[in-house]
Design a protein around this ligand. Structure first.
Ligand SMILES: *Cc1c(COP(=O)(O)O)cnc(C)c1O
Length: 479
């Protein structure tokens, strides 16, 4: 089909716009076709011409030159081809920031992912027998070895894990949950709704602040499919409270022959108290009492988005057979990443160095402060005349519902307006906008009268300083 333009609908300036064919022969446009391909260039060219035609009809101005039209086309193509998903500096102080991609992989894990993505793999192929294999097999033994579970399977995320477990083990039956644990996780994951989705009847027991063992015991009946414990994750109930220990709940469930499910949320494979953090039961400890546990792959575990289901062999087999498992299964890149990350746990003595999430969480305050002192002069120089830079103490948090009330003492670069008499609030927001507009955006947090860049999670100092230096070259007119 010829790409020639239709006759101009109106005489005058719009009629003097070049035809598509003429523009396609322009050297600047030919260069664009080389870079972006003919189809996309043609599309952008038509859009640019249509906009120019409209503008001419409205303003009677002189038609733009071919060079200008080509430049506008390049602008449109540049936007179209610019990656949307990009790396940023997470200097928010929240180590596992759900909106910023949670845990970070090691370069080795990322390489393992790239390796299986660019060639065929034995994803579901048993190399010993030449027969069909199971994608879970690549990580199941690792998970079992690290947690003591009899069996394990993996799905898209922990929300999916909970949905699948409930669907497979408790559809059309009752599941007992304490009223103190009916949590809503961000992104509309609410336990009562998930129960409904799974076709289970949620049977609330106890009260918001106090639930006793007898509350469970009195409510277990013929229709009870399971008792479920759910990690409170993002809130804490304080004051006159009582909850039932997992060991007591486990004993009750064993006694009554009802599966005990424990949604751990973050799911730590190692004891965090050895790193000076609050004591949370590990997955292995939880499995001493629970029949099935569920936890995230990209929270404290430090891997990629997935949900791990571990526990009794017969129950995991039932879960794996459910039709939902197929719909919720993970891609090979998840398995490649998790396999590499889980192996780091085989050497727990070095984990605080080798696992990025743990490295960032356990980084000593003095270390972060020393880095802040070291970088402050260079950042101050880059922002001179625009912002003043001070090193301040601040509190980081782990994020993603892991140890929600625990904070980590940290240090930040505090940016405040350099000039006098500026409206601080507007300045801070405008400066935060600028940091987000950098080629590698820098995401901080606005607190009181300063824009804080919490350095707990900053590892690539050179790349960060490079971004700061780019701010020197742009002019910033404070609001
Ligand atoms: C985070 C969390 C989930 C959801 O996990 P995702 O991996 O984000 O899907 C479910 N339950 C609890 C208790 C959680 O903390």
């Amino acid at each position: 089909m010829a790409a020639s333009s239709k006759p101009a609908a109106q005489p005058g300036a719009t009629g003097r716009l070049p035809s598509v064919d003429r523009l396609l022969a322009h050297p600047d446009v030919i260069a664009l076709i080389e870079r972006f391909g003919r189809a996309a260039t043609l599309d952008a060219l038509r859009t640019v011409l249509a906009a120019a035609r409209q503008q001419l009809q409205e303003t009677q101005a002189e038609p733009p030159s071919d060079v200008i039209l080509a430049a506008r086309t390049e602008g449109a193509l540049a936007v179209l081809f610019k990656p949307s998903l990009k790396a940023v500096f997470n200097l928010t102080g929240t180590v596992l920031h759900t909106n910023l991609g949670r845990a970070l992989l090691t370069p080795e894990a990322a390489q393992a992912v790239a390796h299986v993505l660019t060639q065929a793999s034995n994803l579901e192929f048993d190399l010993a027998t030449g027969k069909r294999g199971d994608r879970d097999s690549h990580i199941e033994a690792l998970i079992c070895g690290l947690t003591g579970a009899e069996a394990a399977t993996i799905v898209n995320n922990n929300a999916a894990a909970v949905l699948l477990v409930l669907t497979a083990l408790a559809a059309k039956k009752e599941v007992l949950v304490s009223r103190g644990e009916l949590v809503e996780i961000g992104g509309a994951f609410r336990i009562p709704d998930v129960m409904a989705r799974a076709g289970c009847k949620l049977k609330e027991v106890g009260t918001t602040n106090r639930t006793h063992l007898r509350d469970y015991a009195e409510n277990i009946g013929a229709r009870t499919a399971a008792v479920m414990k759910i990690h409170q994750s993002n809130y804490e109930i304080r004051g006159f409270t009582a909850e039932v220990a997992a060991s007591d709940l486990g004993a009750l469930c064993r006694d009554r022959g009802v599966p005990f499910l424990d949604d751990l949320g973050s799911g730590n494979l190692v004891d965090l108290s050895t790193y000076g953090l609050a004591k949370e039961p590990t997955v292995g400890e939880a499995l001493r009492h629970a029949d099935v546990v569920t936890f995230s792959g990209d929270k404290l575990l430090g891997g990629v988005q997935c949900g791990i289901i571990a526990g009794r062999k017969d129950l995991i087999a039932k879960i794996r057979k459910n039709a939902l498992k197929r719909a919720l299964r993970v891609d090979k890149m998840t398995i490649a990443a998790m396999e590499t990350i889980l192996r780091l746990y085989l050497d727990p003595a070095r984990l605080a160095q080798t696992l990025p999430t743990l490295r960032m969480i356990t980084r000593p305050e003095a270390d972060v402060r020393a880095q802040a002192e070291r970088l402050a002069p260079a950042v101050a120089l880059a922002l001179s005349g625009q912002a003043t830079v001070a090193v301040v103490a601040c509190a980081s948090q782990i994020g993603s519902g892991a140890l929600p009330v625990e904070t980590l003492p940290s240090a930040a670069l505090a940016l405040t307006p350099a000039g006098p008499g500026r409206g601080a609030g507007r300045w801070l927001n405008a400066f935060a906008d600028r940091l987000r507009a950098l080629p590698m955006p820098v995401i901080g947090r606005v607190s009181d009268a300063a824009l804080l860049l919490d350095l707990r999670t900053l590892e690539d100092e050179a790349a960060f300083l490079h971004q700061m230096a780019l701010l020197t070259k742009t002019t910033f007119s404070a609001p």
